[in-house]
Design a protein around this ligand. Structure first.
Ligand code: SF4
Length: 125
């Protein structure tokens, strides 16, 4: 897979105050993903499901985009509910472009493994 088609990892860290992420070392996870996995890059957003999160998606997504976004955060169905309309605005189908991962209530090593499995599934070993 060419560099420009590698998945991008976006971690939604739920303001940094959510008890669901209390066991997760955010920077250890992000540095693992960006340095060890086949992603174009990895970024953190503080709260994707509120107005500035919508603004971020609207600014960030491009019509005709072919990339996959692996999004760490809360429940996968909740993520779909909260982001799908912005994807539709850009003519993109959430289910085709997003791999939502629920990383709540996990130790950092468990979250790293879950993200790694998702990226390997997309890109191959
Ligand atoms: S999208 Fe989910 S993980 Fe992100 S801020 Fe909202 S509730 Fe928290």
């Amino acid at each position: 897979m060419s560099e420009e088609n590698l998945p991008r990892f976006i971690m939604c860290f739920c303001t940094g105050e959510c008890p669901g992420f209390a066991k997760l070392d955010l920077w250890k996870l992000i540095n693992f993903v960006r340095n060890e996995l086949d992603v174009e890059y990895a970024i953190v957003h503080p709260q994707l499901c509120v107005t500035d999160g919508d603004n971020f998606w609207r600014d960030y997504l491009k019509e005709g985009d072919t990339r996959t976004f692996v999004v760490g955060g809360c429940d996968a169905r909740m993520q779909k509910k909260m982001y799908k309309d912005i994807f539709l605005e850009k003519g993109l189908d959430f289910d085709k472009h997003v791999v939502p991962l629920d990383l709540r209530n996990m130790e950092t090593s468990e979250a790293m493994k879950k993200v790694e499995e998702a990226i390997v599934k997309l890109v191959g070993e």
